[in-house]
Design a protein around this ligand. Structure first.
Ligand SMILES: O=C1O[C@H]([C@@H](O)CO)C(O)=C1O
Length: 584
């Protein structure tokens, strides 16, 4: 049915209405443009923490360049793969890819990898202001350093719902000295070799491995003071501020493993945005941030301007074997080389989960944000367990450990290639008798590449259920990230989820996010509307965990997807089909 046919009105009125609509569209698109980027992805020698290593960089830099665009813009990234022998893809984390699901940058899900020497263009619209980032999504290329910031400003003439005088971006990551290919082999070897904790945490790709910035100022008598000129690749990026101003700090975590706690010495922060969605502002002295999450916080430079202050990030949720990473908040006109007189902020104990939960529970949507539908059509309960398959250590979801096919789901679903993957839906549930506080009694699980086929435009509830890992008394944090959507976080709870817990769901002001954590032995309830045609990854954002199978794939409305560029599908069965020119 046409747009106007519902309204009984004359042709003249229809014309007027059409003219009005077109003018509104024209005004809305005024000022929006295509932002062009040309990237070469290659391995580089780099010293992210003072120890020379090989990183995966872009245009000769690590981290990659920042993309900055305005709501309504089209981002166009022409990528050349200069890696000698490896394919590559880039995922635009938090961008929902409405109408361009083939640009989501997930190997085997939305596209074929871009082969060495090949060029490919990612083109997509940014439709929402906020703090985002991008990263590799093939093997463990994010751990290798393939990442950068992506910031979307409000459209011309629009305002953020808060004021600030200046802004900084902090992209947080963790770094291993062991080569990523070797880490991949470690994780897929029999017996399993765990990659261990990172050597260094990085802020904007900079950290200090064998020296401490704080050694001279505080009680870190055990470490050597850093001797930095400031031009080194690992010299911290200092935040220069003026007194009595308000700054916006855009924080994104692209860590491979570490959950982090961020603090600014002597300054409190007001949290205003998470994953590109505005929050009901709240004040905090320190904030937890899990891999895959982004936040904006505001802080006011209301402290003694003759001093500088530490900004620190430390490991949470896993016994920390990695020193905190530091940088300096430098008040003008104080010299940037003057170290803060007091030691860096002390982060909460790594296993103080009450502290983490209290922070997480304060994250609520700004009044007036979109509300979730009050009912769901389908509930999918996903049990997270560590398992073994034929002696290999894996993570499994409802006893299925994800193993990706060679043909990208998006193409094989659209073209009905029935042999490209297992067409049976993976289980929507797990046994009600499963004891989440104990290691799996039968740890044997199976590989699977099935997809949860979601009815288009239906409301889906996902209950993420955490459980004990293989070792007794161990349950870990897992931040789950959904592609192609934001979801509402309806609640967090302890122990095994039961239908009684539904009564506690927050349907009033749940935050919209694309990443949500499950706490040890707990559950997290999410709701989203399956309204974005495509095939979308939903997975633990801990890179080694995804590599070990900790993810699922959701697909919805794929028959609505427009013409997928050939280059996205030129591999596996979809490749063969295209070569035979047998396209529907
Ligand atoms: O996946 C993991 O494996 C190890 C440990 O469970 C076994 O070594 C660990 O800490 C993980 O997060």
């Amino acid at each position: 049915m046409g747009f106007f046919t519902d309204y009984p009105c004359s042709d003249a009125r229809k014309f007027l209405l059409l003219w009005c609509c077109l003018s509104v569209l024209a005004v809305a698109s005024l000022g929006s443009k295509t932002r062009h980027f040309k990237w070469q992805v290659e391995y580089l020698y780099w010293s992210p923490d003072g120890v020379e290593n090989v990183v995966m960089g872009i245009n000769g830099r690590f981290p990659g360049p920042t993309i900055r665009a305005k709501v309504g813009d089209t981002v166009s990234v022409g990528l050349t793969n200069k890696l000698q022998t490896e394919g590559v893809v880039i995922h635009w984390h938090g961008i929902r890819q409405f109408g361009t699901p083939w640009a989501d940058g997930t190997a085997s899900i939305s596209q074929c990898v871009i082969n060495p020497g090949e060029n490919s263009v990612y083109r997509f619209k940014v439709d929402k202001a906020g703090t985002f980032f991008y990263h590799g999504h093939y093997g463990m290329q994010r751990s290798a350093g393939l990442y950068g910031s992506l910031i979307v400003d409000v459209a011309e003439g629009k305002k953020e719902p808060f004021h600030y005088d200046g802004e900084f971006s902090l992209l947080l990551s963790d770094w291993w000295h062991k080569d990523v290919h070797q880490q991949e082999v470690d994780l897929t070897s029999k017996p399993f070799r765990w990659i261990g904790e990172p050597q260094t945490l990085l802020i904007n790709g900079r950290g200090q491995y064998n020296c401490s910035l704080a050694a001279r100022s505080g009680n870190s008598s055990l470490s050597t003071p850093c001797t930095l000129k400031g031009s080194e690749q690992y010299a911290p990026q200092i935040l220069h501020v003026r007194p009595n101003k308000t700054y916006r700090l855009r924080v994104a975590s692209t860590t491979a493993l570490a959950s982090l706690n961020l603090a600014i010495g002597n300054h409190s922060m007001i949290v205003v945005e998470a994953d590109g969605n505005y929050l009901q502002p709240f004040s905090t002295t320190d904030m937890d941030i899990y891999s895959g999450e982004t936040y904006s916080v505001l802080f006011t430079t209301n402290q003694d301007p003759s001093k500088n202050y530490w900004i620190s990030a430390s490991v949470r949720g896993r016994e920390p074997k990695t020193p905190q990473v530091l940088t300096i908040l430098n008040y003008s006109p104080t010299s940037a080389s003057k170290l803060p007189p007091s030691p860096p902020p002390v982060s909460p104990r790594w296993d103080d989960y009450d502290h983490s939960k209290s922070f997480t529970n304060k994250v609520l949507a700004l009044m007036g944000s979109p509300k979730p539908p009050s009912n769901y059509h389908r509930r999918i309960s996903l049990l997270n367990t560590q398992n073994t398959i034929n002696g290999y250590t894996r993570w499994a979801i409802n006893n299925v450990s994800l193993s990706l096919p060679t043909s990208p789901y998006l193409g094989s679903i659209k073209f009905g290639l029935n042999n490209a993957f297992d067409h049976k839906n993976p289980p929507d549930n797990f046994s009600s008798l499963y004891e989440i506080t104990k290691p799996p009694v039968n740890p044997n699980s199976t590989y699977g590449n099935g997809v949860y086929m979601l009815d288009f435009n239906t409301t889906i509830d996902v209950i993420l259920q955490n459980a004990n890992a293989l070792k007794a008394n161990v349950s870990e944090i897992h931040p789950w990230h959904l592609h192609g959507h934001d979801f509402w976080v309806l609640g967090y709870g302890e122990g095994k989820f039961s239908t009684k817990d539904e009564a506690k769901f927050n349907l009033k002001n749940p935050p919209l996010r694309n990443t949500a954590v499950i706490f040890p032995y707990g559950w997290t309830a999410l709701r989203f509307v399956a309204n974005n045609p495509g095939a979308w990854a939903f997975h633990c954002h801990i890179e080694p965990h995804l590599h070990m199978g900790m993810g699922v794939v959701f697909a919805e409305g794929v028959h609505h997807v427009g013409r997928i560029p050939n280059e996205a599908l030129a591999c596996g069965m979809t490749g063969k089909m295209l070569m035979n020119n047998n396209r529907n």
